[in-house]
Design a binder for this molecule. Structure first.
Ligand SMILES: Cc1ncc(COP(=O)(O)O)c(C=O)c1O
Length: 315
């Protein structure tokens, strides 16, 4: 099929929400390079928007995909599967977290975090504590709750009424956050470094300051590490740079190097309110995707990819 026809069919058959796509059709990837349908080669700086952390078609990832596809692709979460258990254990052993919930995307991981924060606040703090404070220029996803949390009106326009229970304050402004917290606040939700909002790195005292505000008020600190996690900042998780730990962390993007996955990690006492039947997902944490994530994460950790990223970043 020639490229011109493919692009015509794309214009004819797709919804128009990805309006500004580059007029090329990518057919193959290998490491940091991709090729289009006319044989042109490109250096892929985007890496699928922070997804292909190990590069395209990394042999360990491809091997895990082949193996899982011919062993067990999917069973429901009515049953246990070894890869899901091993991945949850690995994530907990290499982070602040005690518990993991698996979803399929970043937005879904954030949905789980928002639902958990509301339930925790209502059950453990006060029945009328449900508000989440997020920041201007943030990005947390496209579902109704996560687009409400996203502090950019351009993503919200036309989808009103938005969800109740969200406030926004300027990013990297501890005073504004302090003024916004009240006896309705269930959680603060921020990215350790804002990604879609323009790669905004906060001052060194910002995350420690948010931690202190949460400790003082009882609100939960949710870090959206969907873009910063899995080694992207030179540490496995960006919160490590700040010397603090969140109560909840969300992951997606690079966790399975291109196979769709989301994860919500949290402390044991917070996880306690997510009792049987309160949340779930048909595809979350299938043996297929968790095998691929396991291969990705063991490679990232075992081959010291974050340390390599830190060296490359400072050279
Ligand atoms: C920080 C952050 N949170 C959440 C999301 C949403 O993730 P997804 O597109 O997988 O739903 C993104 C995606 O760009 C993101 O960068």
């Amino acid at each position: 099929m020639d490229t011109k026809t493919l692009l015509e069919w794309s214009a004819k058959y797709h919804t128009a929400n990805y309006g500004a796509r580059a007029p090329i059709c990518l057919v193959r990837g290998d490491g940091v390079r991709v090729w289009d349908s006319d044989g042109r080669e490109y250096l892929d700086f985007g890496a699928g928007i922070a997804v292909a952390a190990l590069g395209h078609c990394h042999p360990r990832v491809t091997g895990a995909i082949r193996e899982a596809a011919s062993t067990l692709l999917h069973v429901s979460n009515l049953y246990h599967t070894a890869p899901q258990i091993h991945l949850a254990k690995l994530l907990c052993e290499h982070s602040f977290a005690d518990r993991v919930f698996f979803a399929n995307s970043g937005a879904e991981a954030n949905e789980a975090a928002l639902k958990l924060a509301r339930k925790y606040a209502k059950e453990r703090l006060a029945t009328d504590r449900y508000e989440v404070i997020a920041t201007h220029n943030s990005f947390h996803g496209r579902t109704l709750a996560t687009v409400t949390a996203t502090g950019q009106p351009k993503y919200q326009h036309g989808f009103e009424p938005l969800m109740p229970g969200f406030k926004h304050v300027p990013y990297n402004d501890l005073r504004a956050m302090e003024r916004a917290i009240d006896n309705r606040t269930a959680a603060i939700l921020v990215e350790p470094i804002q990604g879609e909002g323009g790669v905004n790195v906060p001052d060194e005292d910002y995350l420690p300051g948010l931690r202190k505000l949460c400790d003082a008020s009882g609100a939960l600190l949710i870090l959206d590490e969907i873009q910063t996690g899995v080694g992207r900042t030179g540490r496995l998780w960006a919160y490590e740079h700040a010397g603090i730990e969140p109560d909840i962390m969300t992951l997606a993007k690079a966790l399975a190097n291109g196979v769709p996955i989301g994860a919500m990690l949290c402390r044991q006492d917070v996880a306690g309110v997510l009792t049987a039947g309160t949340h779930g997902s048909t595809f979350g944490g299938t043996p297929f995707v968790t095998s691929v994530a396991l291969a990705t994460l063991t490679t990232v950790i075992g081959e010291k990819v974050p340390e390599h990223a830190a060296r490359m970043g400072s050279s």
